[in-house]
Each structure stands twice: as structure tokens, then as C-alpha cells.
Design a protein around this ligand. Structure first.
Ligand SMILES: [Zn+2]
Length: 543
């Protein structure tokens, strides 16, 4: 990732930084008697991966839940849920992750009645992979106090049945927040659900339990070659716990944590974002950006579209913020010198966020703001060039396009509709239009594995012959997972490339990534991860 020296055979590291990169003959004389030598043996060594969009705390808290990836059909679902329930006889609440929207069938959505038939006597809920929809059984809806519905803010919905009782499908965070509180892992999800702080204050034991969750998440990231991550939810509590882990000497990944601004907050609450930015600004733990959601997701019809959904002719979704208010917020965040990262999935949301960034530039003048749009699942020909014009980072996820990795093509492709396919998940179209594209997983929405993500980026196939190809080359994909992520995080002057003086963050793979076909990339593994010159993962010593 260094244009002046694209490849080399040896690297020297000292005091957490890269000393030199070059040939064996150039590097060897730098070694002293105490130097630890690691033989590469023909394996690839790359800059440490920059995961530019994930959810560390809630992702780690979910690792022990039931996982339903690739579970299809009522029989398979029944078997999985009952086995999990039998294996966890004392759990007060049973939670499953990664349920497919079409888990039962393409034509029928899950209701509480299906879940009651599977598990009538214990509260159970399952989360969609995208984390924007939850399905709950009757006991869970009752315990959460929403069986009879509840008034919610725009963009959120408790789907009601003909009997005036909740049908079991809960769309967006406000709708399912009370269900998630029943799981006992509510504190890990606060940065996402409310952006607020735990109340009451956690006891020392609870804090330690939460640090243990985060340590587990950090180890999981390091095991996948990640050396920097941009968390996409946050609060002071997350930053404090990470700081405590750093003090223990156990922080193995650099973390950036935002202030999460929700629609119910006051503009003055941005003081907290500024305070976070001032307080946390080291190479290991930093803040400095504000995360917002402008819309929801395609599969729940909560993403905001310019024209109606292909399968719902009277519905375009609705924004989570009134456009005028959002413009004002963007101007104010930008005026404070903070970066903005906005979840925008439908083309209507992408356009509104670009409009807001344009307004902010008009109001405050041009600066190196690196404002970001997260996901960009559908956009328009007219909005593609605006990314480069406005200097907006396109933060995109190779595992997300239906059919690219673990998510099925349907029902999503039919909800988007054929006319919008050419502008759906348009990584390459954006890149060719001059946009800066960074890659990530959005874990736990998708598998955290960067190697699987690279494979998805290289092997993506169009859904139809007349749709432009969006795949990346190997070098482009690695760049989007390293140097471009570093740029998105304002760290490209010190990480994301292997250059003298840069932080010693790198990953050694199990073999040569350039020697395998794109389809074989996921047969490689991470052999070793080094962050700040310290080994954060070593396959040889890990169980
Ligand atoms: Zn996310």
C-alpha cells in the first residue's frame, strides 16, 4: 500500500513503529542480539486491517447467542431453537441472531404464532442479520410489555395483527428495545439503542463483566487480522471500559468510538460529542465523530427510497429525521470540527445526507471533513458524482449485497426492483466516479472475517447481464480494507500502509494471497496479527 515501494521481502520494527521496509539484505543488518525474527516463508504480510464499520460491544455480547446463518425452513428453525433451549435450561431469556427474513419461506413472514409453536413456554426472540428487525414469541412480547402495541417514533413499527395484538415482527430499534433489555446484555447494546449511558451506574462486578465482553470482542477482531476499528455506535461507557482495558495492557486493537446522536436528542447534546473528541484522542482510543441513522433497512421497508418499493407500490419508507432538522444538525456537527458518519441505505436517504453535507459546506466553508455515508445500498446516477465533489467517504460492506456472501438474493433484490439494480451496492461505480471507498463487515451484521470480505469483493456477480460489474481487484480490495480505512479514520499519516515511521500494525496470512484464485481466498487464514509492534494474535499459540 506504499506507491513508492509496492512490494518488499522484509520489514523491521522497533518501539511500536516501522523502522524500515526493503529487501532481506537491507533489513538484516538492523537486527540486534535481542531482535525477535519471524520467518515469512513466502506468506503474505499486509498492513493491519482497518475495520471501518462494526459494533464491537454488542457484537461481542452476541457471540454466545444461537446463530441462525444458513438456517432455512420451519423444521430446521424448530430443531435449532429447541436444541439451543435444551442446552440452556436456566437462561431466563433465549435470543437468536442472524435470522433470515425468509427463514420460513419466501412467501410468508415469521409471526409470534410460528415461534409459539416452536417454543411456547419460554420467552424467545430472534434478530435479523441486519439488526433492524426482531421477531418475538408471545411470552417475550408480554414480558416486554408490547403485546398490545405501543406508540413509537417515525420509522419504527410494532406490526399488529387483525386481533389488535402484536404479530411478533418488530421493526427498528425503538420497536424492539424493550425486548433486548430482557436479554440481560442491555448495557452492551446501549451505544446502539439509545447512545446513552448505563443508569443506574454499573457495579464493579458489572463493569468487569462488561470489560470481559469487550476483551472477547477485541481478541475476536485481532484473530481476524484487524488492528484498527471504527465502532459505529458509542457512549462514554464504551470509551471508559476500553481505557480501563488499555490500562491493564490488554488493548490489542485501536478503537475509534463515536457519539451516537438519536432523533429524540437536543442539538445541545452535541456538547457531549465535543467533550468525547477532546477527551479521547490517542492512537489507541479516539472519538471525534458523530454517528446518526437517517433510515432503516430494505428488508423491513424502513429504508427511505425516492420512488416506491418494487413490491409495495404505495410505500417509500420514512426518514428518522425531518430533512430540515438533519441539515441543521449536519451544519452544527461540522461547525464543531467533528466528522459525521450517517447510515443511509435507500437512495432517498443517500440523497438527503449528501444534501446535508452540501449545506454544511456552504454554511461553514470547505475543510478536510471526510464526512462519511455508511452502506449506500441504493443510490442514483445523479448522486454518484456528488461523493467525489463533496469529498464524502463511501463506507461500504462487501458481505452485504444479496448473493455476495451469506445473504440470499431474495427477497431483497425484488424489493429494490430491477430498474434500481445498476445503482445498488455500487462500489466500483462510485470508485470510478472518484469516490473514496472503504470496506468493512458491519459485524455482527455480517461475518467479521476480512478474508471472506475480500473474497466477496472479488467474486461478486451482477444479478442480471445488463447490470454493471461491481467487483474489485485484489489490490483494490486490500486497499479498501487498509489504506482507505485509515483515510476514513483520519489516520492515513500513520497507519494503513507499511512505511518507515508508520505504526507497526500488520497481519501475516497463512500463505501467499496473490498465489490463490479469488474463490480460494477464504481458504487462507490469519497466522499472526501485530498491533503497535506487539503480537495481538498468533495462530501458533492460540487454541
Ligand atoms: Zn452498522
Amino acid at each position: 500500500m506504499d506507491a513508492d515501494q509496492p512490494t518488499a521481502s522484509a520489514i523491521a520494527v522497533a518501539n511500536g513503529r516501522i523502522l524500515a521496509v526493503g529487501s532481506d539484505a537491507e533489513i538484516e543488518p538492523l537486527a540486534g542480539p535481542e531482535t525477535r525474527r519471524i520467518a515469512g516463508e513466502g506468506r503474505s504480510l499486509l498492513p493491519g486491517f482497518v475495520e471501518s464499520h462494526l459494533h464491537l460491544f454488542s457484537g461481542a455480547a452476541e457471540l454466545d447467542d444461537l446463530h441462525l446463518t444458513h438456517v432455512h425452513g420451519l423444521d430446521a428453525l424448530t430443531r435449532e431453537v429447541r436444541n439451543y433451549a435444551a442446552a440452556h435450561p436456566d437462561a431466563p431469556f433465549l435470543m437468536a441472531q442472524h435470522a433470515d427474513y425468509a427463514v420460513i419461506s419466501q412467501s410468508e413472514r415469521v409471526t409470534r404464532h410460528h415461534l409459539d409453536a416452536i417454543l411456547p413456554d419460554r420467552p424467545f426472540a430472534m434478530m435479523a442479520a441486519d439488526h433492524h428487525t426482531v421477531w418475538a414469541n408471545t411470552l417475550a412480547l408480554e414480558a416486554a410489555g408490547i403485546l398490545h402495541g405501543r406508540r413509537l417514533g417515525p420509522g419504527n413499527e410494532i406490526v399488529m395483527g387483525d386481533d389488535s395484538l402484536a404479530l411478533g415482527e418488530l421493526r427498528e430499534f425503538e420497536a424492539f428495545a424493550s425486548v433486548l433489555m430482557l436479554t440481560g446484555k442491555g448495557r452492551a447494546g446501549l451505544g446502539l439503542s439509545t447512545g446513552g449511558e448505563p443508569d443506574p451506574l454499573p457495579s464493579p462486578e458489572e463493569r468487569e463483566a462488561d470489560r470481559a465482553i469487550l476483551r472477547k470482542g477485541l481478541a475476536y477482531a485481532a484473530r481476524h487480522g484487524i488492528t484498527s476499528l471504527h465502532n459505529m455506535d458509542g457512549n462514554f461507557y464504551t470509551l471508559e471500559l476500553l481505557t480501563e482495558i488499555e490500562a491493564e495492557g490488554a488493548l490489542t486493537v485501536r478503537a475509534k468510538v463515536p457519539f451516537h446522536f438519536k432523533a429524540f436528542m437536543e442539538t445541545a447534546d452535541l456538547d457531549k460529542a465535543s467533550l468525547m473528541a477532546e477527551t479521547y484522542r490517542s492512537d489507541w482510543i479516539s472519538s471525534g465523530f458523530v454517528k446518526l441513522f437517517y433510515d432503516g433497512v430494505l428488508d423491513g421497508w424502513t429504508a427511505l427510497m425516492i420512488d416506491p418499493y418494487a413490491d409495495k407500490s404505495d410505500w417509500r419508507g420514512e426518514p428518522l429525521f425531518a430533512p430540515e432538522r438533519f441539515d441543521d444538525l449536519a451544519c452544527e456537527i461540522d461547525r464543531r470540527g467533528l466528522q459525521i458518519a450517517v447510515h443511509a441505505i435507500g437512495d432517498g436517504a443517500v440523497r438527503a445526507v449528501l444534501d446535508a453535507y452540501e449545506r454544511a459546506r456552504e454554511a461553514n466553508g470547505e475543510r478536510d471533513s471526510r464526512h462519511r455515508i455508511e452502506h449506500i445500498e441504493v443510490t442514483t446516477a445523479a448522486d454518484i458524482p456528488r461523493f467525489a465533489e463533496l469529498g464524502v467517504v463511501a463506507s461500504m460492506q462487501p458481505p452485504h449485497p444479496p448473493g455476495a456472501m451469506d445473504f440470499p438474493v431474495e427477497p431483497t433484490a425484488s424489493m429494490i426492483g430491477r430498474e434500481r439494480w445498476p445503482w445498488s451496492y455500487p462500489w466500483r461505480t462510485l470508485k470510478e466516479a472518484g469516490a473514496l471507498v472503504s470496506f468493512s463487515s458491519d459485524w455482527p451484521v455480517a461475518d467479521i472475517s476480512v478474508l471472506r470480505g475480500i473474497k466477496a469483493a472479488l467474486t461478486r456477480k451482477p444479478w442480471a447481464d445488463d447490470m454493471p460489474g461491481q467487483s474489485f481487484t485484489l489490490h483494490e480490495a486490500i486497499e479498501a480494507y487498509t489504506a482507505k480505512g485509515a483515510y476514513a479514520g483520519f489516520a492515513d499519516d500513520r497507519l494503513g500502509s507499511l512505511k518507515p515511521g508508520y505504526l507497526a500494525d500488520f497481519v501475516i496470512l497463512s500463505s501467499d494471497i496473490e498465489a490463490v484464485t479469488p474463490h480460494e481466498i477464504d481458504t487462507l487464514d490469519v497466522a499472526m496479527t501485530v498491533c503497535g509492534g506487539k503480537v495481538s494474535y498468533d495462530a501458533a499459540t492460540s487454541g
